[in-house]
Design a protein around this ligand. Structure first.
Ligand code: KG4
Ligand code: ZN
Length: 352
């Protein structure tokens, strides 16, 4: 089976052709980062307009790199939720038009399910190390941060164990980078600066979030506010002081992500841990998660970076599995801003 996947939920216009076995035949990602950079974050209307400009060329490129035409496809998968309504709409309309014109079945995919299954993608013929079910997955991106138990590849087999009560981890990186005048997106810059920093030297500026031992929920707004207060009091740090502050901030975020993911795996009696989302690129997170998993005999799976960040291949693959199960959606499939996965964490307030 060869399935085209289209992804336009946020600030990447992406399309890919993937087999139901997870082989990536093509994967085209066109980032809007430069377009949103002057604003320090994604502007929804700007995103939607750029998707409208880019979606047809990106889909054409994905088909041509895979060496197929629309007639060769077995179906069209598209992110239908969660995301920015206007941005999702562009991908949906393109997918519907193509599916209708080529007479192929259409399936909507929940973006979060795509991220959680991206570990199964095989790129460039390389044999991917694939986890068996069940596994515990940490999904940390600019828009989402949550821990899931994944018992199988469908919506009904995925359960949220805990999520952030406020900012997503990537959002915290982006906001702190903005405060420090480091540009957008913040994750990669902070990651680089943190490498040369000493977290202990700036520990007074960034208090460790006092996480309740039994909770699997996150809160990152306190760490961000602490950095904001520090900058308001002392101005933007430079040189070594900046690197130390980045190390302290990153350390606080990474510690919370690692502790709670490991706690979730142990509480569930699951031996496999998977990372997903753009923040999985963070070198501090990779190193500390690897060490924590090794100490507790947990097998850790970290997909290549291209599978962690937003891409069309994960949508095509999740869609291929839906199609293989005989599922399809009608041409009135509508965008939804929220995920279809049941949530256990309420945003705002309460204990952590
Ligand atoms: O998954 P993604 O590409 O898009 C979504 O948000 O869905 O994730 C982007 C996020 C941004 O917030 C970015 O700052 C963060 O991932 N990120 C990182 C790193 N690389 C990207 N955060 C920390 N360390 C990194 N190396
Ligand atoms: Zn994403």
């Amino acid at each position: 089976m060869r399935v085209l996947g289209i992804e336009t939920s946020c600030d990447e216009t992406a399309a890919a052709v993937v087999t139901e076995g997870g082989d990536v035949l093509s994967d085209v990602v066109r980032s809007q980062v430069a377009l949103h950079a002057p604003y320090g974050g994604v502007v929804p209307e700007v995103a939607a307009r750029d998707h409208a400009r880019a979606v047809v060329p990106v889909v054409r490129e994905a088909l041509s790199r895979a060496g197929v035409t629309a007639a060769d496809l077995d179906g069209v998968a598209v992110t239908s939720r969660p995301g920015l309504a206007g941005a999702l709409l562009v991908g949906l309309q393109a997918a519907k038009g193509l599916a209708w014109a080529a007479g192929k079945p259409l399936v909507g995919v929940d973006h979060l399910v795509g991220h959680l299954l991206a570990v199964f993608l095989r790129r460039g013929g390389a044999p991917a190390e694939r986890p068996a079910f069940p596994y515990v997955a940490l999904l940390a991106s600019g828009g989402h941060t949550a821990i899931y138990r994944v018992d199988g590849p469908s919506l009904g087999a995925i359960r949220e164990l805990g999520a952030t009560r406020d900012d997503a981890a990537g959002e915290a990186f982006d906001k702190v980078a903005k405060l420090l005048g480091l540009g957008y997106p913040g994750g990669p810059v902070v990651d680089r600066l943190a490498e040369g920093g000493d977290a202990a030297a700036a520990k007074d500026a960034v208090p460790r979030p006092m996480a309740r031992k039994d909770s699997l929920e996150f809160s990152f707004s306190g760490v961000k506010t602490a950095v904001a207060r520090h900058v308001a009091r002392r101005g933007r740090p430079e040189g070594q002081a900046l690197r130390d502050l980045c190390a302290a901030f990153q350390g606080a975020v990474v510690d919370a992500l690692v502790q709670k993911t490991v706690r979730a795996a142990r509480a569930e009696g699951v031996e496999r841990v998977v990372l997903a989302g753009g923040v999985a690129a963070n070198r501090g997170l990779r190193a500390r998660m690897a060490a924590a998993c090794a100490r507790r005999d947990l097998a850790l799976f970290i997909p290549p970076f291209a599978s962690c960040t937003d891409n069309g291949a994960m949508i095509a693959y999740a869609g291929a599995l839906r199609l293989a199960a005989g599922e399809r959606d009608a041409l009135d499939l509508a965008p939804e801003t929220r995920t279809a996965l049941p949530r256990v964490t309420r945003k705002g307030g309460g204990v952590r």
